[in-house]
Every structure is written in structure tokens, then in C-alpha cells.
Write a protein of this length. Sequence first.
Lengths: 115, 114
Amino acid sequence: ELKVEQNPLFLSMQEGKNYTIYCNYSTTSDRLYWYRQDPGKSLESLFVLLSNGAVKQEGRLMASLDTKARLSTLHITAAVHDLSATYFCAVDARNSGGGADGLTFGKGTHLIIQP
Amino acid sequence: DTEVTQTPKHLVMGMTNKKSLKCEQHMGHRAMYWYKQKAKKPPELMFVYSYEKLSINESVPSRFSPECPNSSLLNLHLHALQPEDSALYLCASSQVGREAYEQYFGPGTRLTVT
């Protein structure tokens, strides 16, 4: 059974600080996804990481993937209040590589950034 | 256009009712998905359609019946639901193939079963 573990599950931090969210998964996969969810809203795609060593950056967020360690990180630089949300990592459930696979999500990291 | 639309936005139904959720996309995606999300939990996969054929059913109770009439539409028919089925139902779509394609999510239907 595929397991996706995120930590921390809850994070309260001040504006201007840096922090990292970790995502470990139990299967061999080179495809890792990060999503953002605001309260009462749907999921917004942030990053798709396709291979070992992949690094992507968008604004104050940077995501990386280490397939050997089965670990992805989401790094927040100089946090601002607007980044407060729940962040999910997800892995292809079957990683069949040839068709449509559903995603298995981590439990999510509830991030609160205080002024 | 990267939009997935879902109707209705909210639905309240009794345990003896029959209702349907609708999802639509016009991005040319050939894979469509239903997820269920309970409050403060991650989304859980229910069904996957690939080229209009059901390819994954995650042991979902038969009171949930998916249907994919064409490549742009996905329905979820609901019958004799239980209060514990109250949740946010999310539809998503993506391309299909060996590449990793991100899934685009719709806004969801918030379902309450009374």
C-alpha cells in the first residue's frame, strides 16, 4: 500500500521567516505533485516534479525531489501572510507510467503565517 | 482554458433521494477523476476514467455510480447515501500518457446528507 507522509502537519510561523515542509513516500516513483488548498476551496496545482533532482521555484516557494530518498521538500522563503493555506503533496497511486493514475495525498500541512 | 467546472456547488439530500453531480472540462483531457474529501482530511481517490472507460474503482460502495458520457463530461450518480457520505466531492482531469501530467481540479460540490 502506498503511503505518503508529510510533516509537520501544522505549522505556525511569522512573516519573513523560512521553513521547509517534508514529504516522504513509500513507493518507487519519480512523479511528485504539490497542491495548495485554501479553506473551503478546491486544490490549486503548485508544482509537478518529474525526476530525481528536480527543483522548481515559483515566487517564495521552491520544491525539490530526491527519488532515491523518496523525499520531496517544499521550502518557503521569507513567508508572507498570503501563503497561509494547507499544502498537500501527492504521488501517483499506481505509477503505471502508461495511463491515468489517481493520486495518493499526504495528510496535508496546515500553514498559518502571522504578521 | 484550464477550467474544470462542477455543478451544483452545494447539495443537500435525504438518504432516500437520488441525485447526480456533474463535471465538465474542455481542455481535451482524456482522463477524469472523482475524489472525496472529508473536513480536515486529504482527498481520497474514488474513480478514474481513461478514454471514457472506467479504469480504477477504489472499492467505492455501489450507492455511488460514476458515468462518463463523453470525453468532456463526468457524472456521479448518488442513491441511498448515508450521513457519513457528507463531504466535498472533487472532480479532476488530466492528459493521459507516460509523462506526468498534473491534474486540474474543479471547485467541488459540497454534499450534505441528512
